[in-house]
Design a binder for this molecule. Structure first.
Ligand SMILES: [Zn+2]
Length: 363
């Protein structure tokens, strides 16, 4: 009897410690949509912008595409993967209309400081103060993971914006970053060869920043062929078209990105090495203004509410809570430690990082 009790007790203890420490996540896909507002994510197209001829070339066409009676219908038509899949099987944070807030900790409210905060887990308003291509003095969670034996060489990044090799500090971290107009050069597949040509042949109006379609397909090819365990994909068009004041293009780009995230997820869930072992995290580097009709185009510390951001989670360890409507305050600085926690790893940084978002990981 005594023996049976101790066996039972041992089994119980073993099970307890398992359920506390072991996660199912083996791989992470982190995706960002530059400066995409929570307003459109949670309430869809905004009427005062959609109907404004200054921001929209063909208002009738845009109404047909994205205008519906309720905010729920509007967001679903704009971002169907977010609202039909993530909202049912995962979690979404940042709908301020129900008091659920996500903000940046940094006071800059533009790209490099935002990506620094997402990737390192802390704001650095003393040293990260511009978008200039200078090597990041801070270590990202990507670099932290890439130093570990089990992740070495299995971390990669793809971005439309050309500045990421400095943000991720490829020179120091050794993490490959395919950014801007960089081609795929290492034994390119047929698709990569075609993209290498198209990327430079198509007209481009965004300087060193490339179209998001190239970023996505380069990343997707890499995922299928190189099988990374941590993949970061950063899209830029939403920010670009907002600055240009083109609300139609801004919405269309967000809609396309929702679509490519769906195809990525469908592939992940069909692949034996990724299926039910991969967690998707989607977020943004900063918000944009909302007060006056012109404000949606801009961000930065002088633009009210440009520090309002959001995040979404989907994967085998994420409880299916859908849109989180509790009155709570979260910060961008919490992403890095949460990302590592999905992999069962405690992220230590030289700086004080934001806490793990405990509600996204099953206990
Ligand atoms: Zn940005």
């Amino acid at each position: 009897m005594k023996f049976i009790i101790s066996v039972l007790l041992f089994t119980f203890i073993a099970h307890q410690s398992n359920s506390q420490a072991v996660t199912k996540t083996e791989n992470i896909i982190l995706i960002t949509l530059d400066g995409f507002r929570w307003q459109e994510l949670f309430t869809g197209a905004e009427s005062r912008l959609l109907l404004n001829k200054k921001f929209v070339a063909d208002t009738a066409a845009l109404i047909t595409a994205y205008w519906r009676e309720t905010p729920q219908q509007r967001r679903e038509i704009l971002m169907p993967f977010f609202w039909n899949v993530i909202a049912k099987e995962g979690q979404l944070y940042g709908n301020r209309t129900s008091g659920n807030k996500v903000n940046t900790k940094n006071k800059m409210w533009f790209s490099y400081p935002g990506y620094n905060e997402i990737l390192t887990g802390s704001a650095d308003d003393a040293r990260v103060t511009s978008n200039d291509p200078v090597n990041n003095p801070n270590q990202t969670v990507l670099e932290f993971l890439n130093k570990r034996k089990e992740f070495k060489g299995k971390v990669a990044a793809f971005s439309s914006w050309e500045t990421f090799p400095w943000i991720i500090n490829t020179e120091r971290s050794g993490i490959p970053v395919n950014a801007g107009f960089m081609r795929a050069t290492k034994n390119p597949t047929e698709s990569e060869k075609l993209m290498n040509e198209l990327m430079v042949q198509l007209p481009n109006e965004s300087g060193g920043t490339r179209a998001d379609a190239f970023t996505f397909h380069y990343a997707f090819e890499y995922l299928k062929n190189q099988r990374p365990r941590v993949l970061f994909i950063s899209f830029d068009e939403t920010d670009h078209f907002a600055h240009e004041g083109e609300y139609d293009q801004y919405l269309t780009s967000a809609h396309h990105t929702d679509g490519v995230i769906k195809s990525l997820w469908d592939w992940i869930q069909s692949d034996p090495l990724y299926k039910n072992m991969t967690t998707l995290i989607v977020t943004t580097d900063h918000g944009r203004g909302n007060k006056n009709p012109e404000d949606w185009r801009h961000h930065g510390s002088k633009v009210e509410s440009a520090d309002e951001v959001w995040f979404a989670f989907l994967g085998p360890d994420v409880p299916a809570l859908g849109e989180v409507k509790t009155e709570q305050q979260f910060y961008q600085s919490q992403v890095a430690k949460t990302l590592a926690a999905f992999l069962g790893i405690d992220y230590n940084s030289a700086q004080k990082t934001g806490d793990i978002i405990s509600s996204v990981i099953k206990k």
